[in-house]
Design a protein around this ligand. Structure first.
Ligand code: SD4
Length: 318
C-alpha cells in the first residue's frame, strides 16, 4: 500500500506527481519532496514558496520541515529568505547529526554552502497583495494576518516508509523573525513509520499550544483510526482553547497511518485537502465540522475551476 495526503487544494498537482513515483516503487522521501516543491514553485499560491506573501517589512521569510518516519530524523528551516525550495534544504538538514533546525542567516549560509538555488521569492503580485493589505488594514476591520495556507503532507511508500513535510510563508504581515508551527516538530508535523503521521495548517501560535500533530500520532498509536484521531485531537483542543482563552485559532489537520488509511479534521468552514492512495486517484475534498464530525465531500469541478480562477485572476493595486 502507498498513499499521500496534503492540506489544501493547492497540493493536488504535487501529490499527482508524487503518486506516479509511489506507483513505480519510489520512496516516500523523494515523493514528498517532489510534491512540496511543486507547490513551492507555483507562483500563484500566495502562502508557500515563490509568490508567498511577505512579512510586515515586505520580505518573504519561509519556514519548512521534513521528517523521516523510519529514523525519526528531522530537518527544518525557519525565516529563510531568497532560496527557491526550503523543503529541499530542510530535507538535507535532516541528514545532519546535529544542527537540524536552522533559522534566518544561518539557514541561508547552510543552503548557500550546499549549492541550493537562490531566488528572489517576492513576486510583483505579492507586492500588490502587500500594498493592498496595508490599505485594507488602515481602512477596515480586517486583521493583518487573514489569509494563509500552509502545505503539510504525510506520505507512505510501498516499502512501508513514511515521511512528513511542511512549507509555508507563515502568516501574511507577520513580524520579521516570527516562526509558526510548520517547522516545529510535533506541532506542524510528526511521523513515525510504525504508526503514521500528521500535519497542520492554521494559526501556528495556537497549534503549537497543543502539539496537535504529535497528539494525533499518539492517538493513532493507541489504536484510533486516523479520522477518529484527527477529530478527537482537534475537537478537544479547540474546546480547551475556548475554555481557557475564550477563543481558538483556525486549525486543520491531515493524517495517514501506516496502512494508508487517512483522516482529516478542522475547526473552520471550507477546508480543502488532497489525497491519493493505491486505490484512489488524486482527488480534492472539502470538509466541514458538523457537531464534531468532519464530513468530507468531493470538490466539484465548478469549485475547482473557481479556485484556480480566483488564484490567477489579474490583481490591481487599490
Ligand atoms: C503558521 N501554520 O505559520 C502556519 C500558517 C498556516 O494556514 O498554516 N496557515 O502559523
Amino acid at each position: 500500500m502507498w498513499g499521500i495526503i496534503a492540506t489544501w487544494r493547492m497540493a493536488v498537482e504535487g501529490i499527482t506527481k508524487a503518486s506516479e513515483m509511489l506507483k513505480n516503487g519510489g520512496n516516500a522521501g523523494d515523493a514528498i519532496e517532489v510534491a512540496v516543491k511543486e507547490v513551492e514553485d507555483f507562483p500563484y499560491y500566495k502562502s508557500v514558496g515563490y509568490g508567498g506573501l511577505p512579512n510586515e517589512e515586505m520580505e518573504v521569510e519561509l519556514d519548512a520541515a521534513y521528517m523521516d518516519g523510519d529514523t525519526l530524523d528531522i530537518g527544518a528551516v525557519a525565516a529563510i529568505k531568497d532560496f527557491a525550495n526550503p523543503i529541499s534544504i530542510a530535507r538535507r538538514l535532516s541528514q545532519e547529526s546535529v544542527n537540524n533546525l536552522l533559522v534566518g542567516e544561518g539557514a541561508e549560509k547552510f543552503a548557500h554552502r550546499h549549492g541550493f538555488e537562490r531566488k528572489n521569492m517576492l513576486t510583483d503580485r505579492a507586492k500588490i497583495h502587500y500594498h493592498n493589505r496595508v490599505k485594507e488594514v488602515q481602512e477596515t476591520e480586517i486583521k493583518p494576518y487573514a489569509g494563509h495556507d500552509t502545505v503539510g503532507m504525510v506520505c507512505l511508500d510501498s516499502a512501508g516508509k513514511m515521511t512528513a513535510a511542511t512549507s509555508t510563508s507563515g502568516l501574511f504581515m507577520k513580524k520579521k523573525g516570527r516562526v509558526g508551527d510548520s517547522p516545529i516538530s510535533g506541532s506542524g508535523f510528526y511521523v513515525d513509520s510504525e504508526v503514521g503521521g500528521a500535519s497542520a495548517t492554521g494559526l501556528g501560535e495556537d497549534v503549537m499550544k497543543g502539539c496537535v500533530s504529535y497528539e494525533i500520532v499518539r492517538l493513532m498509536k493507541e489504536g484510533m483510526h486516523p479520522q477518529q484521531a484527527c477529530e478527537t485531537a482537534v475537537n478537544l483542543f479547540d474546546k480547551t482553547l475556548r475554555e481557557r482563552r475564550g477563543k481558538a485559532g483556525d486549525m486543520s489537520l491531515i493524517a495517514m497511518n501506516n496502512k494508508g488509511e487517512w483522516g482529516v479534521a478542522t475547526n473552520i468552514e471550507g477546508f480543502s485537502f488532497s489525497v491519493a492512495t493505491e486505490g484512489q486517484e488524486p482527488i480534492v475534498y472539502l470538509t466541514k465540522n458538523v457537531d464534531g464530525k468532519c464530513i468530507h465531500e468531493v470538490a466539484s469541478q465548478e469549485w475547482l475551476d473557481e479556485y484556480m480562477r480566483t488564484r490567477t485572476a489579474p490583481l490591481v493595486e487599490k
